[in-house]
Design a protein around this ligand. Sequence first.
Ligand code: SF4
Ligand code: SF4
Length: 335
Amino acid sequence: MAINYKIPEYDVLRDPQRCIACRVCERQCANEVHAFDPESGTMRSDESKCVNCHRCVTLCPTHALKIVKNPDTFRLSAYWKQSDIGEIYAQADTGGMLLSSMGNPKPYPIYWDKMLINASQVTNPSIDPLREPMETRTFLGKKPGRIERNADGSIKTAGLPPQLKLEVPILFSAMSYGSISYNAHASLARAARELGTYYNTGEGGLHEDFYEYGPNTIVQVASGRFGVHPDYLKTGAAIEIKIGQGAKPGIGGHLPGAKITDAVSRTRMIPKGTDAISPAPHHDIYSIEDLRQLVFSLKEATEYQKPVIVKIAAVHNVAAIASGIAAQRRGYHCH
Ligand code: SF4
Ligand code: SF4
């Protein structure tokens, strides 16, 4: 049994009166929790490996097993809960990060109909929201240092760097075509147009059918450079250079060859059936100056008509990276 400081989450209770040492549980448990002790002729358990799948409980012929929540606890406080301390011990023990995709392991609402946009921090709150609707329109892009007005008092907007106009302050996260389906991309594109916001191609290029949604599309340039060509860049409303992403900071991507169908291969500009490997870093960006060069190239390619966004993950030194990007007078977006 491994020695560590993590309290097993579950207890494996075996009724010695019922257990006939048939070893079914030993054979069925994928996590090697059960083992037969030949000296005593009885079964032993290493509950630290149990994930409470209940397979052994179901298959035990004499109903000798129960899996129960382990009542043992750390010393808890209002700030430190059992799960927080347990995760720290697990990370210290394994050296690994707890990474999960598709949803939030905490009990937070995850449905769109429960999303609350509290606009009181971005504009004056309305006194009577029923008669005085709140403005959620948002513009993204570099703004001048001071407001200048025309002779009639209206604000001068001519000559501003390119801006993105959002009717709601929400952008769709990037998911590439190939990692998600044609229909999923079609849904995102249509929803973005309907809602007056933007969806993001991710790193897989833009299927020819979706060029018509260009005014609501952010086209991504990622480390694999899949599907990046002048028409792609010019079609999008903005270009996003993906350095990192919150879902898997510091990690590249791998789309298996089996998912590279005719249409995906054409869109990504790679041979059909080949693995699409995105390196973790951009192999032409190793400094802020290199990044500046890529921003410059993309602006040249699109004749300075498109905002260029740099997406970075919220890592510990995010402030230094973001200020390095902003210092070059470019837009940045922290995800
Ligand atoms: S399956 Fe049940 S009876 Fe068989 S060894 Fe395991 S606990 Fe004992
Ligand atoms: S509940 Fe699942 S993981 Fe736990 S001991 Fe039984 S078979 Fe193994």
